[in-house]
Design a protein around this ligand. Structure first.
Ligand code: GLU
Length: 413
């Protein structure tokens, strides 16, 4: 395995936790390797009549604590290395946040920006046609991730019902009008806000008056920015794939959201200075929030970070060396498997509602989300004290202990 790939990163973090716990060697096979990998060819008719050819993956990493669970991303760089790493992260994320699921991830190597809506729909439906026997509301439950949203989940649900009949719990992150949950769309950003609020509180600080730089303005980054702004936190910089904007006194986030909706990017927002994505990482602020893709913070980026905290709203934003450099420099890195677990937590609430054919209020979703994120923080802090380790290793230790307990209790047979 390449010593720089995504899997290597996740497995290195995982290994540190397994070493701290002094686990016997056979757990390496049980906890590191995915249980099932599905790779499918996706041939679709493009609008111009030509043939579009894509590759789709669904990697099911572990289901000892419950059905496989995790998002589906559409990205040209979604390959087996990346999807395996993300599937493993989901196992540890569901365990840390304590929802009864395992971990999985799906990916299709497509660039949705280059597809029409109809092509996107055909691609989604073809993927479901190819994998429907491997998923199910008690087997494996996909959800949105990078470049997929509630509309995609709606098509996903509809196509699955054509094969298996009504089963809304087969996928989460659906539109509210189609068996989705109130509060799900904002949940990942909200979970990130609760996580950083708890971390700041532990140091006697508050969101009010703290400054943030957010890389990525998709679902997670934009909701996080909105919620922070509403709590009087100061968002001093935001970027997306096209570039970024900076304002030392704080950006007007509601206006920026409108601008991004109208133009498709934060670039060109008036009353702010343009910056590059690279510059965003070195912006003077308290909290740096990578909320887009993986491996954006390597040792070169990490050495220039001025923030005191890095909040991993994205999955796997730090390389091993990036993460170690932050730690050596005394910057507290709040790990993805806890920081961004609000999304899958609300997915769990959606799944519960679907199975019970019952709707929760948004207040209930938000209250229960709060309980899960706060409780996980307490357990992570206890684990940090117990092992004298980083917050990331503590989160992995806590997760591994829970997955190991379920694995042992089930037995190998
Ligand atoms: N894609 C999100 C994540 O990485 C959500 C997964 C889910 O809700 O199943 O956590």
């Amino acid at each position: 395995m390449a010593r720089s790939g995504y899997q290597w990163t996740t497995n290195t973090f995982l290994k540190r936790a397994m070493d701290a716990l002094k686990l016997e060697e056979h757990y390496e096979t049980l906890l590191v390797m995915p249980r099932r990998e599905v790779r499918v060819e996706l041939a679709i008719r493009m609008d111009d009549g030509s043939l579009g050819n894509f590759i789709g993956y669904r990697i099911q990493h572990d289901n000892s604590r419950g059905p496989y669970k995790g998002g589906l991303r559409y990205h040209p760089k979604a390959d087996i290395d990346q999807v395996r790493s993300l599937a493993s992260l989901m196992t540890w994320k569901t365990a840390v946040i304590d929802v009864p699921f395992g971990g999985a991830k799906g990916g299709i190597d497509a660039d949705p920006a280059k597809l029409s809506v109809l092509e996107l729909e055909r691609l989604t439906r073809r993927f479901v046609d190819q994998i429907h026997d491997f998923i199910g509301e008690r087997m494996d439950i996909p959800a949105p991730d990078v470049n997929t949203d509630q509309r995609v989940m709606g098509w996903f649900f509809d196509q699955y019902t054509r094969h298996h009949g009504f089963a809304p719990g087969v996928v989460t992150g659906k539109p509210v009008a189609l068996h989705g949950s109130l509060g799900r769309e904002a949940a990942t950003g909200r979970g990130c806000l609760i996580a950083i609020r708890e971390v700041l509180a532990a140091a006697g600080e508050t969101v009010d008056g703290t400054s943030f730089a957010v890389q990525g303005f998709g679902n997670v980054g934009s909701w996080f920015a909105r919620l922070v702004h509403a709590q009087r936190g100061k968002i001093v910089a935001v970027s997306d794939v096209r570039g970024g904007v900076h304002a030392g006194d704080g950006l007007d986030i509601p206006k920026l959201v409108e601008h991004a909706k109208a133009t498709g990017s934060v670039v060109g927002f008036t009353g702010a200075t343009p910056i590059t994505n690279k510059e965003l990482f070195a912006v003077d602020c308290d909290v740096l929030v990578p909320a887009a893709l993986g491996h954006v913070i390597d040792e070169n980026v990490a050495k220039d970070v001025l923030a005191r905290y890095v909040l991993e709203a994205a999955n796997g934003p730090c390389t091993v060396h990036g993460s170690d450099t932050l730690e050596q420099r005394g910057i507290l890195c709040v790990p993805d498997i806890w920081a961004n677990a609000g999304g899958v937590t609300a997915s769990y609430f959606e799944w519960v509602q679907n199975l019970q054919q019952h709707r929760w209020t948004e207040e209930r979703v938000n209250e229960e989300l709060e309980l899960h994120v706060v409780q996980a923080h307490r357990r992570i802090r206890e684990t940090m004290a117990r092992f004298g380790c980083s917050m990331r290793t503590a989160a992995f230790v806590l997760a591994v202990e829970r997955v190991k307990a379920a694995t042992d209790l089930r037995g190998i047979g």
